[in-house]
Each structure stands twice: as structure tokens, then as C-alpha cells.
Design a protein around this ligand. Structure first.
Ligand code: ADP
Ligand code: MG
Length: 601
């Protein structure tokens, strides 16, 4: 084939792929344009996760009638005058690509008017081609409606994630801008339902309250740090300021997604700076837990290159070590200033500490439902079929093969010798010692009990005397709302209770001693863990999560009786050697191995 220059249409469709990856990217670009236009109110309306419609209305400067067509031409921008200005970009947009890219893969209608104009302009485009233009009455600003996204790029359409996922990603984007621009009134609605609304009163904490709920917002610690000019007085080194809010250690989360970073008003992804934040919490958080933080990093525009990637979410710093240091110091200072900061060990909720033992003795949930004698039988029955099989099939990768050194499936009779490190139960069997991981073992026990109850469709629920109200972020609320039926089958009676809030009326009896809010949050964390889990594995993951939440933790001292009960129940398990996530529940030290270690053979 001969070398040809791509048609403008094809070239912009290809380029569009980089800018417009998914519906959320359209939302991002349109909202950025509205912010750049100086809007004080931004209304985002989404239908069907953006497949059907994304409409962003703002009250910014608007586009003059004689420039509206130009705005949709590739590389047309009002924000970059010369090559020099590329080194110090103060606007969110500058590449002049977004409108052209969006228009080339959708149906776009724009209605806009500037302050000085009498009438507004309406333009209709289809796949980038002009289809209509007329003068209309319109308020100042711009309303851009994007319909039928990717209608002419079937490959992209096919790879779109589920509506739920898109909604969630859109929520996340709009939430970020709302946080970074507290003076702008944001309103986001999905299919007519409001997901986020901010007042525009300029208070970041108020936006945080709208996003995370008033309780969380109240607990957040303010951050304020100015990286003073270097001592040598080098004038080119100007300050980096870090402001924002960080959660106290007790507000920790299961993943890093609640660490949000902005540089000069632009949301960025930067694993190194995210690490700087987690580093600041060093020793204050349990392993595998992450803080909640919203940080605004401000620095001279020439100290950061935002022209790294078309989506402009990656940036390069002139002096990244200095930024790292400034972030870490600012967060650390805020934490140290807070007198109530304690090492995480003291923050472990006491509900857990008192709670687990009951689940082991005959008040355990299996017993609460049936007469206590046949409960014991339920536990020793073979694996319930159905879901357990489905889990085995989908999770086989994470379940190691059974440990043959232990001589097959069943456990030998063991005698409890004691507990080590408040985490491991030491037992003696016919051939040596066993170290049992109390958390993993308890997870396995609860899991098999839960699955047995599930097979009978009789998962006992524990009603709450006073319903608990859980406040979530819009994206979390979406995730939870989608799973309410599924959760109901597991014993959670949860119903929507105002915007992004839920009322919890009951939880699985297994979790009776866990704080109901914590129980629901841990379920939500599970849903957040995987952006697009297969629908049929969600239930399996949820069940495992419930068991994990209910089980005894590392670091809990157990009485002899409690250890006995745990070992007996583990012996009764069909799959005693691994926890539901596939980690081993025990280590075996055979007599022969001990002899070897002591140099006897
Ligand atoms: P960029 O934002 O990189 O300049 P875009 O393709 O997003 O490129 O937009 C092209 C131009 O259209 C902008 O430079 C701006 O002048 C104008 N524009 C886009 N959206 C708006 C808006 N909501 N209000 C006013 N002007 C806008
Ligand atoms: Mg733009």
C-alpha cells in the first residue's frame, strides 16, 4: 500500500481516542472549559452513564458568534498565544483538542452567548460536520450537549464499561472539580437524580461535607504549609504551598482512591506524591490501610509541565523531590498538630475486641437459627453445592492446592498449647506442632457457616434497635445502590435515605458485634476494590468480606477456651487449610522437621 496522508476526519477520530476515552472524559473536558471560561455555576446532566447524553451548562464568558465554528476546529484554542506560554500554563485547557475530538465522535449541540451579544448562537454538529446554525435567545455562558457518543466508532462503543462504572467515574471527576473549585456551584445529575450539589460558598470543608458527609468533614484536619524560599536566597526557587485536608488516622480506607491531589487547580495522578501522603502516616495506620486526603499544591506555573499527556492528568515537576518533601511535611505537620493522634493499635474499635468470641461459642449465628445440637451437624456436613462451586470456579487462581504435607483434607486432633504474638494459636498434633493464624482460621470458619446458611437461603439477620445512617460519597452511593438487593439476600436491610445516605435496619447476624456503619463501609470498600467485577462474583466477594469483617483480628488475645473453640470449629471445616481468600490458615512443623532443624538427623 502506498503512503497516504490521513483525511482530516480520520486523523481527528484517531486523536479523539486519546482525549475522549470514555463518557467521563467528555465530562472532564467540558467542565474544564467551563472553569476556564470563568463560570460560577456549572450544571452537569448525564443520561445512561453518558452514552445517551452529557450536557454541561455554565454561566461563563461564552463564545462569540463569529468564533463558535472555530472552537470546534482541531488545535483551535483561545488559551495559548505563543510557544513561550506553553512553559507556564495557567488554564486547564490549552491543547485546543477537546471540542474537536468530542464533536468528531458524537452529536453536539452548543448554545452560547457572550455578555456583549444580544442573541445567542446555536450550532448543531454531527460527527464533526456542521448540520445547522441559528441565532437563539440564550443566557450568558455556554450549554454543550453531547449525544450518542461513539455512534460512529463502534469499536469504542463496544469497549465501554457498564453504565454503573461510567456513572461512578463521572461522579469522581465532578467531585474532584467541586473540591478544587469551592467557589463554583456544581450540580451533577444522573437520569434526573441529583448525585452532587455544592453551594459555591468558597468553603472546601463544605464541599467535603457534601461529598463525604458532615461527620467525616468535621473530623478532617486542615493542612497548611508554605515551603519557604531556599536559604541561599535563590530567587528562581519560589515557594510551593500545600493546603487542604487530611483525615485523622482513624478515618482510614482500604485503598488509595481517597487521596486526591491537585496541582494549580488541576487534578493529577501521581503515584509518588500519593506515596508521600501515605508516608506521612507512617506507623499511624495499620498495614494495608490508606488515609483520606485532599491536597492542593500550588507552585509557579513554570515549575510544572502539564503538557505530558493529552488528558493532562499527568504532570512533570521541575524539582519533584521538593514537591515530595513539601507534601509529606505538610501532611505530617497537620497530623502531629492534632493532639489526639495515637498509634493505630489504640484505635482498634473495641466492638471487635469484645465481639468475636460470641461468634465462636454457641451463640454463633448458626446456632441462633436452629437448635444447638443440629447446628454442630450443619458445620460438619460436606460443602454446600451451588455458590461454593461457583466461587471455586471463579477464584481457583487464588486458592492454592491443598497442602499434602498435612495429609489430605481433614485436620488431625490438636491440643492447644497457647498463643504467640496475640495472633497465632500454637497447637500440638500427632506429628508435631501447628501454628494457626487466628484471623485466617476464623475467616474460614465463619465462611463455611455462612455458606451453609446461604445454601439453605436462611442467612440470619440482626435487626438494629436504632437504624444507623451511613453517609457515602456519590460514587460509593452508586456502587451500594446497585447492590441493595444482593445485600438484602445476605442479611443487610439497607435503604436509600436522602442524597448519598443510607439507612441500615439490619445486618447479617454474624456481624452483630461489629459497628453497623463499619460493616456497611467495609462492604462498600469491597465494591470499590474492583471497578467492574463480574456480576456473578460480586456475591462471592461480598460474603468473603463479611466473614473477614466479622472475624477475630490479629493482635487479639484469646482465652484458652476461645482458642479451644476455634480449633474445634476449624477441625469441623471442609476446607480447613486455607482462608476464603486462599491464604494458609496454618503452618505445620513436623517432628522430623524439628529434628532436622536441631541437627538431629
Ligand atoms: P482548549 O480548552 O484546550 O482551549 P477546547 O477544544 O476544549 O480547547 O476548546 C476550544 C476553545 O473553545 C477554548 O479555547 C475556548 O475559547 C472555547 N470554549 C470551549 N468551551 C467553552 C465554554 N464553556 N465557554 C467559553 N468558551 C469555551
Ligand atoms: Mg478544553
Amino acid at each position: 500500500m502506498r503512503i497516504k496522508i490521513l483525511s482530516e476526519q480520520l486523523a481527528s477520530q484517531i486523536a479523539a481516542g486519546e482525549v475522549v476515552e470514555r463518557p467521563a472524559s467528555v465530562v472532564k473536558e467540558l467542565v474544564e472549559n467551563a472553569i476556564d471560561a470563568g463560570a460560577t455555576t456549572i450544571n452537569v446532566e448525564v443520561r445512561e452513564g453518558g452514552r445517551k447524553l452529557i450536557q454541561v451548562a455554565d454561566d461563563g464568558a461564552g463564545i462569540a458568534a463569529d468564533e463558535v465554528e472555530t472552537a470546534f476546529v482541531r488545535h483551535a484554542t483561545s488559551k495559548l498565544a505563543s510557544a513561550e506560554s506553553l512553559t507556564a500554563i495557567a488554564t486547564l485547557g490549552f491543547r485546543g483538542e477537546a471540542l474537536a475530538a468530542i464533536a468528531s465522535v458524537s452529536h453536539v449541540t452548543i448554545v452560547t452567548r457572550t455578555r456583549d451579544e444580544q442573541a445567542g448562537t446555536r450550532l448543531v454538529l454531527e460527527g464533526g460536520h456542521l448540520r445547522g446554525r441559528d441565532a437563539v435567545g440564550a443566557p450568558q455562558g455556554a450549554v454543550i450537549a453531547v449525544e450518542n457518543l461513539f455512534y460512529n466508532t463502534p469499536a469504542r462503543l463496544k469497549f465501554l464499561r457498564t453504565t454503573t462504572t461510567e456513572k461512578r467515574v463521572i461522579d469522581e471527576f465532578v467531585t474532584r472539580y467541586a473540591l478544587a473549585y469551592p467557589r463554583i456551584r456544581f450540580r451533577l445529575a444522573h437520569d434526573g437524580r441529583i448525585a452532587l450539589q455544592t453551594s459555591g460558598n468558597g468553603s472546601t470543608r463544605d464541599v467535603l461535607a457534601a461529598v463525604y458527609g458532615v461527620d467525616v468533614a468535621r473530623d478532617l484536619l486542615p493542612i497548611g504549609d508554605t515551603d519557604a524560599p531556599a536559604a541561599d536566597g535563590n530567587a528562581s526557587i519560589r515557594p510551593i504551598t500545600v493546603t487542604g485536608y487530611a483525615g485523622p488516622p482513624s478515618l482510614n480506607r482500604a485503598n488509595r482512591t481517597h487521596i486526591t491531589l491537585f496541582v494549580n487547580g488541576r487534578w493529577i495522578k501521581d503515584s509518588r506524591l500519593t506515596y508521600a501522603v501515605t508516608q506521612a502516616y507512617h506507623t499511624l495506620l495499620p498495614k494495608g490501610r490508606f488515609p483520606l486526603a485532599v491536597l492542593f499544591i500550588a507552585m509557579p506555573h513554570d515549575q510544572v509541565d502539564v503538557n505530558v499527556h493529552p488528558t493532562k492528568t499527568e504532570v512533570r515537576f521541575r524539582d519533584s523531590n521538593r514537591v515530595f518533601g513539601a507534601v509529606q511535611r505538610a501532611v505530617r505537620d497537620a497530623l502531629l498538630a492534632e493532639t489526639t493522634v495515637r498509634p493505630f493499635a489504640q484505635l482498634t474499635p473495641t466492638a471487635h475486641a469484645a465481639g468475636w468470641a460470641g461468634a465462636l461459642d454457641d451463640r454463633s449465628f448458626a446456632h441462633s437459627r436452629t437448635a444447638s445440637d443440629d447446628a454442630q451437624q450443619t458445620l460438619s456436613l460436606p460443602q454446600p453445592a451451588g455458590l461454593e462451586e461457583a466461587i471455586g470456579a471463579t477464584d481457583s487462581a487464588e486458592t492454592p492446592p491443598p497442602d499434602h504435607a498435612l495429609g489430605g483434607h481433614k485436620l488431625p486432633i490438636m491440643r492447644v498449647l497457647g498463643q504467640a504474638g496475640a495472633s497465632y494459636i500454637i497447637t500440638e498434633g500427632p506429628d508435631g506442632l501447628f501454628l494457626i493464624d487466628q484471623h485466617a482460621a476464623h475467616e474460614r470458619i465463619l465462611y463455611e457457616q455462612f455458606m451453609a446458611a446461604h445454601a439453605d437461603r436462611q442467612i440470619p439477620a440482626q435487626g438494629l434497635v436504632a437504624a444507623a445512617v451511613v453517609q457515602l460519597t456519590p460514587s460509593q452511593a452508586h456502587l451500594l445502590a446497585e447492590q441493595l438487593d444482593r445485600l438484602a439476600a445476605l442479611g443487610f436491610d439497607i435503604e436509600p435515605f436522602g442524597p448519598n445516605a443510607f439507612k441500615v435496619r439490619s445486618i447479617p447476624a454474624l456481624l452483630a458485634r461489629v459497628d453497623p456503619t463499619q460493616a456497611v463501609l467495609s462492604v462498600v470498600e469491597e465494591l470499590e476494590r474492583d471497578a467492574t467485577p463480574l456480576q456473578d462474583t460480586i456475591e462471592a466477594h461480598l460474603i468473603k468480606r463479611v466473614c473477614k469483617t466479622a472475624s477475630v483480628k490479629q493482635g487479639q488475645t484469646l482465652s484458652g477456651q476461645e482458642m479451644e473453640a476455634m480449633v474445634r470449629q476449624l477441625e469441623a471445616c471442609a476446607n480447613p487449610h486455607t482462608c476464603p481468600h486462599g491464604r494458609p490458615t496454618m503452618i505445620h512443623l513436623s517432628v522430623a522437621q524439628l529434628a532436622r532443624e536441631f541437627g538431629r538427623i
